[in-house]
Ligand binder design. Structure first.
Ligand code: ADP
Ligand code: ZN
Length: 298
């Protein structure tokens, strides 16, 4: 049995094939262009490997309601060619195989909770801080969908008093979390690319303030056992310690929980599977779908 996995991103698609034990047999990456160009390439890949099931972790927003006529569609994305696109149905159009479908960040959260840094945790939040900010949320072992799915990247925050671009860059909200703290916001703040900044650049104190507010809000609303911070911006090692310290400062001793007061380094962590958390999670979605369909046909 072979499981196909797809981590569908706004800039690239990462496709993998796994055996049932989770061994990666092949992985390719192709740029996300229009559906006319990108879809046939992906269908060919999974067809040529004769996968028995498929797991998809997708950029969004997506329709995750199984009973919906547009289940598996990408919905109101600003990427116009993918807007209201029947993504999952088109991918399995030729071969009716079991399919698991969730957001890219929920897939990453599943991977970290099952095989990565949050192994054994029932309640986990995985946040990617990259070109955008998004979060996958697991509560009682289940990914949260709710009405749509969480869009934590657009939380509203307090502005840092020294922020040179307090208006933010989100096209919808200006100064939301993503508009203040994703990679492009960091870049806009310094008039360049965030990758080129030295670790001690003052913009990182501002960045840590925003990411710490996010961690506080996550802690207070969802009470997870771990917050996993991934994505390109978190590749800046020095930032993690700043976010932990700032989270403690903002909580100001309110939560007397051993893990937070004495072991914040085990509470706010970086992913073990980065950069393939989302792909591995997609594999797990596919595997679960296969197992579920096998149980159903007994
Ligand atoms: P995507 O979100 O598109 O999948 P990434 O997670 O790799 O991609 O995030 C890309 C963003 O992360 C860019 O805005 C980039 O400037 C920023 N970034 C990458 N590495 C660093 C770094 N070491 N320090 C600060 N920002 C970084
Ligand atoms: Zn926003």
């Amino acid at each position: 049995m072979k499981i196909g996995a797809l981590e569908a991103g706004g800039t690239k698609m990462v496709l993998g094939v796994y055996d049932m034990e989770g061994k990666e047999l092949e992985r390719i990456s192709i740029p996300t262009e229009s559906p006319e160009i990108t879809m046939p390439a992906m269908i060919d890949f999974f067809d040529s490997h004769q996968v028995d099931a498929l797991g998809i972790g997708s950029f969004g927003p997506v329709d995750l309601r199984k009973e919906s006529p547009t289940y598996g569609y990408i919905t109101s994305t600003p990427k116009l060619k993918w807007r209201n696109y029947p993504f999952m149905p088109q991918l399995i159009r030729n071969r009716k195989i079991p399919v698991g479908f969730d957001t890219d960040v929920n897939a990453a959260a599943i991977a970290e909770a099952e095989l990565g840094v949050a192994r054994g945790c029932e309640d986990v939040v995985y946040v990617t801080v990259g070109t955008g900010i998004g979060a996958g949320i697991i509560v009682h072992g289940q990914t949260v969908h709710g009405l749509l799915h969480p869009e934590l990247g657009h939380l509203l925050l307090r502005i840092h008093p020294d922020d040179p671009i307090p208006q933010g860059v989100c096209p919808y909200h200006g100064a939301c979390l993503e508009g203040l703290a994703a990679g492009p916001a960091l870049g806009a703040r310094v008039g360049g690319d965030a990758r080129d900044l030295p670790d001690d650049h003052p913009s990182f104190a501002i960045e840590a303030y925003y990411l710490a507010q996010m961690c506080v809000n996550i802690t207070l609303t969802l009470s997870p056992e771990k917050i996993v911070l991934g994505g390109g911006v978190m590749q800046r090692q020095s930032l993690l310690a700043m976010v932990r310290a700032e989270t403690m400062r903002l909580l100001n001793g309110y939560l007397q929980v051993e893990l937070i007061t004495n072991h914040i380094d085990q509470y706010i962590v970086t992913p073990a599977l980065y950069p393939v958390s989302g792909l591995v999670g997609s594999y797990l979605l596919g595997k679960r779908a296969l197992e579920q369909s096998a149980r159903g046909s007994l």
